[in-house]
Structures are given as structure tokens and as C-alpha cells.
Design a protein around this ligand. Structure first.
Ligand SMILES: Cc1cc2nc3c(=O)[nH]c(=O)nc-3n(C[C@H](O)[C@H](O)[C@H](O)COP(=O)(O)OP(=O)(O)OC[C@H]3O[C@@H](n4cnc5c(N)ncnc54)[C@H](O)[C@@H]3O)c2cc1C
Length: 564
């Protein structure tokens, strides 16, 4: 059996290596248009920032390694230019010599990825404007940062006495994870960075109130944000610098511009073979990663996937799914019945020492598809036991089915990145296993005080959500309090920091003796700092015959929502 794999990075390389492990006899040809196979796209922004110093560190496995360790005919600088699906052949072009050859296949795997979006804006091809997708892209950025403009080259003063070095300016276009990682790395090497984002929020997949916290964090770390404004074009300034112009009419001077406005599935080859393209513009595959042609498979950023939670077709460009899909395609080619389960979009981004992560469905996605059978809650637990030094607060939003408690999605952020990672990774597995909030109550997780709490935030989320579903803790949300009686159970000293207009204050410790002051004919919505004392108060009130609800996340979620 002869298998040709197009694309030698995440999906393609994992498919090739897995196939060899399953089939010693298969003839495997892996072609890659660029000069490297198996490079670490995810590390590219950190090479710009100098965190990953050497370019060679970005090469996970070389062409020679694939040849020697796996007997795979790995060919760099080799581009697949067209497919003849009837004859089962692929035309390959040597990108150095231009020579075109034809190879036959029994099975073909496409993993061409998704190139960066490059809109036809005026000036978009000017020198100093870059995408970040490949190792050569980053090499060009680093070279430009050394000497691209007269400022960058250090030629900013001809007097001979260089007293004041002007600030080096960067504009990053796009507030997704690549844009944000580039912004952080450019700040790291001393640039004054402005990030322009067309959407009204950073990180499109997360909910706006969580994004507001991310935006605050990014701004505090020196990145200027221009949200809700798109770039309309670029003009060249003297000395090689650029002006980025926006739809709202603003201009931002820059010595370097990074374009990170999204990616688009590469379907050129698939179209040349008349393969079915899905409604979102990606290659359509079945759960075995087979395209509409049974001899051709496709994996990675180029395909459409079923969203694991909503069941909708989506485009989700992530390394983990691409690797798993490559492996599944290899399994199926080798005769195994492996199936892809769908993508949850589980992601994490490190930002200036903190992290934000998410998995599954967001509230805005559920609303967009008209799904109303869900409840959400906000929690602000410590990253580990509060009594052990160094605990940091986490912000956690958990979304679950009202009707059966199934976990649907979660978003978390905090200054303790590994703690954010741990919780969202645990919740991601739970979602994939179809777990309910009742399962989270029972989850047995690692615990020692420097790592977590005996009641981990994951358990805690399950307990609170299960309390809501069992009716033990009816929940209310800021913004939909509908004329309820507001009871604030914080201490007076806390009210001095921030009060809620119209709320009556009875500190938790006095509540049982002052129940007579509360109305029995109105719903009482209880407020505290994080909703914990309000939970205790809600239980007291419910057991004394009052209609009470706890306002999810208390004053902390109010602060977050007020920011939106
Ligand atoms: C800067 C950056 C940071 C990222 N960070 C993260 C992260 O932190 N976490 C995460 O999960 N994901 C991250 N990603 C996304 C992740 O890298 C991709 O989802 C993943 O690499 C997709 O794998 P793929 O095989 O589909 O495509 P790719 O890895 O892009 O590989 C496709 C390869 O196919 C080659 N190719 C295309 N057409 C042809 C052709 N006709 N002939 C020959 N070769 C061809 C291309 O040259 C390319 O090298 C990041 C991506 C970038 C660019």
C-alpha cells in the first residue's frame, strides 16, 4: 500500500508516524511545501520574543529523522499542486527547481492546514507587515525587528549624540490567541504595542464578561487595545515605518505590523479533486476522517469538525485535534475502526504571567443557536488552599444543562496559569465523558495544600451547580433581578468599599435574629462578596419559609459584568 500525506506538520506528521507504527510494509511519502517538517507553530511567537532563543528548538523532528527512524519518504520543499482522484495520482512540484513529478497513491491524506487570512486591503503587502505561521515567517520578522526601519536599525539620530532612543512601535491586528501571544512577546522585547481588534472583545470564543477581565489584564501589562475597530489599510511613512489606518478613521504608526486576523482552511487541493466542502468552508469528512472520496482522508485545520457539545459544524484550528485526527486517519488506513469524537475547542493562552482557558460551549454560542436549556454560575475560588502561601483567586464560569445537569462548557482565568490549566483540563475531560454536575461533585482530584483544596474548584463547581438543580440554592443573576428585595449579608466595613444601591444590609451573623425585618411576599436576592455567605443566608431563609435566591458570583461577578 502506498500512502501520500500532504502537509508535514501537526496532522500530517502524526499521521505518518502512527501509520508506520501500525504498518511496517506501507510505502509512506510525506510532502511538505516549506523547508521544515514537524515544526512547532505554537512556539513561533515565543521565538520572536526571544523566550525560545534558537530557531532549531522549533524543529520537533527533522526530515532526516522521519527517514531514519520511521523509513518515511519525507520530502521538504515539495508542494502537491493537484490531484487526479480518478487516476489516483498527485502532481508534486519541487519548490526549489520547479520540476513537476507525478506520484500514484492507494490512499491520500490531506493535512494542508489553514493559511492566515490576508484581506485585499490597500498597502497590505508593504514591507514590515507579517503573518506568523511558519518558521520562515518568524525568521523574516526577527530580521525586520533588527533592521527593518531606520528606527529599528538604530539610525534615529544624526547628531552623533544619541540621547533619547525613540520607542519602537508595533501594531498587532487581531485579538485571537496568535495576536495576543505576539503582543505579549513584542512587549517583552520592548515594543510599544497597539492591538487592533474588529470584534468588541478579545478572544472570540469566550463570553464578553470574561473577555473584559482579560482585556484589563492585557492593558495593565502595557498593550493598548483598540477594540471594535477594523484595519482599513496601511500607508508607508518615512524611514520604512507604517501607518495602520482603521475603519473609524484612526491611524496608528508602527515599525512593524503583525497580521493575526484568523485562518482559512486550505481547500485548494481538495477542490482540485472535487471533494465535498462543508457549509463552513472546510473539507467535509466523516468520523473516520474520510472525505467524499473513500481513498482520500483529510485532517487538521483544513477540515470542518462537529462541535462536540452543540453538534454544529465548525472550524476549530488547534494542534491537539489535528494530532488526534492524523492518528485516527492512520488507524483507519491500517484497518482499524477509530473514530473522531468531535472537537470541544479546549484552549489555553498564557498572558503576562496569567492564563485564560476554556472548553465546550460558551453562553453566547448557546444563545446564538437558540438553546435555552442551560444555567450558568460564576465562582471565584482560590487556586490552592487559602492558608498555604501564594494562593491566587481564579475566576470560573461553568455552564450546564438545566434539564439533566450535563456539563456544557467552562471558562477560567487567573494569575496562576497552571491552576487555570488544571481546572479547565479536568472539566474538558468531564465534558467529553458526558459528565454531569453531579459527577463533578464526586470527582476525586489530587490534593495537597500547595496544589488545590480538599474541595477542589472542580468539585466546588459541581456542588454549587447540583445545589442549584436540586433546588437547595435557587440562583439569580445580576441584570435580571426583576424588582426583588436585595439583601446584602456582608459586614458594614465591606459595604464601605462598594455597596449596592437599594440593598438592605443584615450581616450574615445577625440574620437569624433579624428575620422579622424581611418580606415574606417578595423574592429575596442575597448578595455577598463571592456568593458563599449568600449561600448560607439563602439556606437560612429557605428553611424559614422565605423565597430566596443567591446572586451568582456576588460582588465579584457584579464587578465583572459592570465592566462589560
Ligand atoms: C503562531 C501559532 C501559534 C499556535 N499556537 C497554538 C497553541 O498554542 N495551541 C494550539 O492548540 N494550537 C496552536 N496553533 C494552531 C496549530 O498549530 C494548528 O492547529 C495545527 O498546526 C494544525 O495542524 P495541520 O496539520 O492542520 O496544519 P499545519 O500544522 O499548519 O501544517 C500544514 C502544513 O502543510 C503544508 N502544506 C500546505 N499545502 C501544501 C501542499 N499543497 N503541498 C505540500 N505541503 C503543503 C504547509 O506548508 C504546512 O506546513 C498555533 C498556530 C500558529 C500559527
Amino acid at each position: 500500500m502506498k500512502v501520500i500525506i500532504v502537509g508535514g506538520v501537526a496532522g500530517g506528521a502524526s499521521c505518518a508516524a502512527r501509520l508506520r507504527r501500525l504498518d511496517e510494509k506501507a510505502e509512506i511519502v510525506m510532502v511538505e511545501r516549506g523547508p521544515f517538517v514537524s515544526y512547532a507553530n505554537c512556539g513561533l511567537p515565543y521565538h520572536v520574543g526571544g523566550v525560545i532563543e534558537k530557531e532549531s528548538s522549533l524543529i520537533v523532528a527533522s526530515e532526516q529523522f522521519f527517514r531514519k527512524a520511521f523509513a518515511i519518504d519525507a520530502r521538504t520543499n515539495c508542494e502537491a499542486i493537484s490531484i487526479d482522484a480518478k487516476k489516483k495520482t498527485v502532481n508534486l512540484r519541487n519548490t526549489k527547481t520547479g520540476e513537476v513529478t507525478t506520484e500514484s497513491y492507494d490512499k491520500l491524506v490531506l493535512s494542508p492546514g489553514a493559511p492566515s487570512v490576508h484581506p485585499p486591503l490597500p498597502g497590505i503587502d508593504l514591507p514590515g507587515i507579517f503573518h506568523v505561521r511558519t518558521v520562515p515567517d518568524v525568521k523574516k520578522i526577527r530580521e525586520w525587528l533588527e533592521k527593518g526601519t531606520t528606527f529599528l536599525a538604530g539610525m534615529y539620530n544624526y547628531s552623533g549624540i544619541q540621547m533619547l532612543k525613540p520607542t519602537r512601535r508595533a501594531v498587532v491586528v487581531g485579538g485571537g490567541f496568535i495576536g495576543l501571544e505576539m503582543a505579549e512577546n513584542l512587549v517583552h522585547i520592548g515594543f510599544d504595542v497597539t492591538l487592533i481588534q474588529k470584534l468588541p472583545q478579545l478572544l472570540g470564543p469566550i463570553d464578553p464578561e470574561i473577555a473584559r477581565l482579560v482585556e484589563g489584564h492585557v492593558r495593565r501589562n502595557g498593550v493598548k487595545l483598540a477594540l471594535n475597530d477594523g484595519v482599513s489599510g496601511f500607508a508607508q511613512l518615512e524611514g520604512g515605518a507604517l501607518n495602520a489606518q482603521t475603519i473609524s478613521g484612526k491611524t496608528y504608526p508602527a515599525d512593524v505590523v503583525i497580521l493575526a486576523i484568523g485562518v482559512r482552511p486550505d481547500t485548494t487541493l481538495a477542490k482540485s479533486a472535487d471533494l465535498a466542502i462543508g457549509e463552513r468552508g472546510g473539507i467535509r469528512v466523516d468520523e473516520h476522517m474520510r472525505t467524499s472520496d473513500p481513498e482520500i482522508f483529510a485532517v487538521g485545520d483544513a477540515i470542518e469538525v462537529k462541535d462536540f457539545v452543540t453538534g454544529q459544524w465548525s472550524l476549530i484550528a488547534l494542534a491537539g485535534p489535528a494530532n488526534r485526527q492524523g492518528r485516527i486517519a492512520a488507524d483507519v488506513i491500517a484497518g482499524r475502526d477509530s473514530r473522531y469524537r468531535g472537537t470541544q475547542g479546549t484552549s489555553i493562552i498564557g498572558l503576562f504571567g496569567g492564563a485564560v482557558a476554556w472548553t465546550g460551549a460558551s453562553e453566547k454560542m448557546l444563545k446564538k443557536i437558540g438553546d435555552t436549556d442551560f444555567e450558568k454560575l460564576y465562582l471565584f475560588p482560590n487556586s490552592h488552599a487559602g492558608y498555604y502561601p501564594g494562593a491566587k483567586m481564579l475566576g470560573l464560569k461553568v455552564i450546564f444543562r438545566k434539564s439533566d445537569g450535563r456539563l456544557l462548557g467552562a471558562q477560567a482565568l487567573g494569575e496562576d496559569g497552571p491552576a487555570v490549566d488544571k481546572r479547565i483540563s479536568a472539566l474538558a475531560v468531564a465534558i467529553q465523558m458526558g459528565a454531569t454536575v453531579y459527577d463533578l461533585e464526586e470527582a476525586e482530584l489530587c490534593y495537597a495544600p500547595q496544589f488545590g483544596s480538599a474541595k477542589d474548584p472542580v468539585n466546588f463547581a459541581g456542588m454549587v451547580a447540583a445545589d442549584v438543580l436540586r433546588g437547595d440554592m435557587p440562583l439569580a443573576h445580576w441584570g435580571s433581578l426583576d424588582g426583588a428585595f436585595l439583601l446584602d449579608v456582608r459586614e458594614p466595613v465591606e459595604l464601605a468599599v462598594e455597596g449596592v444601591p437599594g440593598a438592605v444590609n443584615i450581616p450574615m451573623g445577625q440574620l437569624r435574629s433579624r428575620l422579622g425585618e424581611l418580606p415574606r411576599d417578595r423574592e429575596i436576592h442575597v448578595i455577598c462578596r463571592s456568593a458563599q455567605r449568600a449561600y448560607y443566608a439563602t439556606r437560612v431563609l429557605l428553611q424559614n419559609g422565605f423565597k430566596a435566591k443567591n446572586i451568582s458570583g456576588g460582588m465579584l461577578s457584579r464587578a465583572m459584568l459592570q465592566l462589560t
